[in-house]
Every structure is written in structure tokens, then in C-alpha cells.
Ligand binder design. Sequence first.
Ligand SMILES: C[C@](O)(C(=O)O)[C@H](CC(=O)O)C(=O)O
Ligand SMILES: [Mg+2]
Length: 301
Amino acid sequence: MLHTRTTAAERRRDLREKLASGRLLRVPGAINPLSARLIQDTGFDAVYLSGAVLAADLGLPDIGLTTSTEIAARAQQTTRATDLPAIIDADTGFGEPMNAARTVQLMEDAGLAGLHLEDQVNPKRCGHLDGKQVVGREEMTRRLRAAVDARRDPDFLLMARTDARSVEGLPAAIDRAKAYVDAGADAIFPEALADEGEFEAFRAAVDVPLLANLTEFGKGPLLDAATLENLGYNIALYPVTLLRLAMGAVEDGLRTIAAEGTQSPLLPRMQTRSRLYELLDYQAYSAFDSDVFDFRLPPGD
Ligand SMILES: C[C@](O)(C(=O)O)[C@H](CC(=O)O)C(=O)O
Ligand SMILES: [Mg+2]
């Protein structure tokens, strides 16, 4: 009811413990705070806040137009709605190393359990598009050191993402990942690996937890959880999956209503009123006032 039952510190500890377990964590990207609650209810390990989703939610492309304060505000709304640890996509840190430092503190204050910073130049782009550019290794190392210095809770997870695979090739991406771990990164997100062999090579070369980005319609294979677990990966990320599902359903629904003049055929595909109320924990609000929840289901709902 109303809020989570856990503190941000407990959720960060939870993420650290889950990562230390060695099992694969499955982490979908939320599309809003309520979907974060659904991610929790359906048994996932953590929630992701995708830069692409946060931008799309504002009707913007994922090219670094959103600001750190904008995403921190959205993050805070989300961390209030779930007891799962939440990890946010902090893009390039939104500027210079000092901006990355401020970003870390804003995200800590928003109750998140961790974030990732990538080595792209500004303006950044989706990691699965062509024509990406990466900053020099030294510059990314400075970005990460600034983030590490700014962190106040040692359990806050700082993950480094390298976009170098499609720019400089696999060996350079692996070398960068090692340098980023030396600079203090707790985990690595190797972006846009091409095949299972590359996932394996990364795992063999890097000792810290690794994230597999399972974004659809991208450059990489959609490896299943059992395969990733066998490969020794720690996080299976489904960053934009819920947005794509929801927007697909919304568009189909709009076309049906426009064509048929009624939403009736769509009812079996909708979340029912009672399920929505259950998710919102409506009934529990009667503890404050017995009049607020006076809802009887019509037969058959
Ligand atoms: C993971 C990602 O950074 C995101 O913002 O969700 C994107 C996902 C996507 O655009 O499909 C990325 O891989 O760059
Ligand atoms: Mg992103």
C-alpha cells in the first residue's frame, strides 16, 4: 500500500547478494511505476529503467536529449512502487566526468540500486545502431573514476557499458572492459555482441558480473535464460520488451476501435478492472477509510 516496505540500502544489498549468488538475474525494463510492481509480482529479480524507454515515454529518440534530473524524477516514482532493486541507464553520465559524478548522487538519492555509464560520445545513440562513436579509453576511465568517487553507498552498483565492440572490434572491447574494472566498475555491460562465441569470450576475459542485453530487433542474438546461465552471465536484460509489447497492443487496439466503432472485441486482451485494483492494493486502503474500497465485481469479471 502507498509505498515500499524496504529502504534503498536494503534494496542495494539485495542486488549485491543476488549478483553474488552466481545465478542469472532476469531484469525487465519497466514502462512506468505500475509496471515495476507487475515485474515484482511476476517474480523477476530487479527492475531496469531504460534510457530508450524513458526517452520514448516523452516522445523523444534515444540520443541523449533527456536530462539527469528528468530521469532521476522518473526513477524516484518507480523506486517508490517496488521493493525490487532498480538499475537505471545513465547513458554517458550526461556530460563531463563532473556531470557523471552528479548523476551518481542524483540516482542514489532517487532510491536506485545501481546504474550504468557507457563509453559513447555525446550525442549518444542506441547501441544497436550503426555509426556509433566511443570516447578514448582515458576519458571513459575518468568518467568512471568520477562516478566511483561520488558514490556514497558502497553497495550502489556502478556498471560500465562498452559500446566498442561494433566500433573497434571484440579484442578492444574486452581490453576496455578490463580497464573499466580497474577504474572501479563493479560490473560490465558489453553492448551489441554479435554471437554466442563473443559472449563466451567476454566471460572468459572479465571477472566481474556481466550483463547480456536482450533487446529485440537489434544486432545480438536473443539468447534464452538457460543458455546465458550456462555461459556464466549474471543479468539477462529485457530493456525495451514491455514498451514494445504495450505499444504493439495499444496500436492494434486503436486500429480495431477506429475500424469497428467499438472496443468490445478487445476485452479479452485487457487487464481487468479487478486485476488493476488488486495490483494497486486498493483493498488495503480500507485501513484508512472503509469507504474508499466499495467495489463488487459484476458476475463474470
Ligand atoms: C539498453 C538500451 O541502452 C536502453 O536504453 O534500453 C538500448 C536498448 C535499445 O535501444 O534497444 C541500447 O541497447 O542501446
Ligand atoms: Mg540506453
